[in-house]
Ligand binder design. Structure first.
Ligand SMILES: [Zn+2]
Length: 338
């Protein structure tokens, strides 16, 4: 199976190269006469005298041969240089870097990113007892007897590092926890937590979203009833679920918590914020910003009951409170509303 992140890389190169193949193939040293679209011997099937013509008909480096048929820039480059696809891809990437920039964006479209998210999601499977996700969550005292379908286990997810001008290179594959990020319209993107050896990867970007464009969307650990609990992180969400049994939605970060979409069927909203008192109070600010909006939004039959819960200790979140409580290390306020 073609690795989904590798497919994204190919897609990005194709987009950037679109309409620029004559320039690119010239920069990569291909025959001038060919690029001037002269009929000639075919470099692909190595036959004839005038059966081949480079046309760039669709902006994809297109050519046509009367014997071996049509093809595009990557295939032509491979044939002319005697390299494989990957080498051709790298060469085009490199050449694109040296060509003057155009307004064309290298960013894949939101539709493409949604398809990519779906493809990676389909490669993963439900979380089961004993897999890397279960072991990771259990190590944080967040193990569940049955895991929500919004979480999945991916046995070997590509891990990429950016190099220089925004190009990402695959440096490893790790087991990972995937979380589906849902809007009212369905899957928007994926949240990934890399878990080598059942532990969270020791890196800044051990957790990351596959793409942007998820404003208001959330990881839904259970369907909302007339009651809903919300928080930032997924581990926090599981802690709240374990402690309260309420349906929980995770916004993933403070900025998105503030903007979270809450169904108007929710009559009681409980917001479990992070305590960022040690720094800039972001956790509290976004929790109260959501509280204010949720309280003001008209819902059928009146207003919502909204409560905000913040852990007592600066710098802590509810996953930490839960862990400490399980270990009996410290007394904290009850997660339940009184
Ligand atoms: Zn040919």
């Amino acid at each position: 199976m073609l690795d989904a992140d590798y497919a994204a890389r190919i897609d990005a190169v194709r987009r950037r190269a679109h309409g620029r193949w004559t320039e690119l193939l010239g920069a990569l040293g291909l025959d001038e006469r060919m690029l001037k679209r002269k009929p000639m011997a075919c470099p692909v099937c190595k036959d004839g005298v005038d059966r081949f013509q480079f046309t760039d008909k669709f902006g994809e480096g297109n050519y046509h041969c009367r014997k071996c048929g049509p093809g595009g820039g990557f295939k032509l480059l491979q044939a002319c240089t005697g390299t494989d696809f990957h080498a051709a891809l790298c060469a085009v990437e490199k050449a694109l870097g040296t060509l003057p920039h155009t307004a064309r964006s290298a960013e894949p479209s939101p539709e493409w990113m949604k398809k990519l998210a779906q493809r990676i999601w389909n490669e993963a499977r439900p979380v089961t007892v004993g897999d890397a996700v279960d072991r990771y969550l259990r190590s944080r005292r967040l193990g569940l007897a049955a895991y929500p379908p919004s979480l999945r286990f991916h046995p070997a997810l590509g891990y990429y590092r950016k190099e220089g001008e925004g190009k990402a290179r695959k440096v490893a594959e790790y087991p990972a926890m995937l979380a589906s990020v849902q809007s009212p319209q369905g899957l928007v993107t994926l949240h990934r937590t890399y878990l080598p050896d059942g532990c969270k990867l020791d890196a800044e970007d051990a957790k990351k979203l596959l793409s942007g464009g998820y404003v208001g969307a959330s990881v839904q650990l259970a369907a909302a009833t007339d009651e809903l609990a919300v928080c930032e992180g997924i581990e926090n969400g599981i802690a709240v679920l374990l402690a309260t049994g309420k349906p929980v939605w995770c916004a993933m970060n403070a900025a998105n918590l503030e903007k979270l979409w809450v169904p108007d069927t929710v009559r009681r909203l409980c917001i479990y914020g992070d305590n960022d008192a040690g720094t800039d109070f972001t956790g509290q600010a976004s929790a109260y910003a959501l509280a204010r909006r949720a309280r003001r939004e008209p819902v059928p039959g009146g207003t919502r009951q909204v409560d905000v819960f913040i852990p007592r200790q600066p710098g802590s979140d509810w996953a930490e409170v839960w862990r400490q409580r399980q270990e009996g290390a410290q007394k904290e306020p009850r997660l339940h509303a009184a």
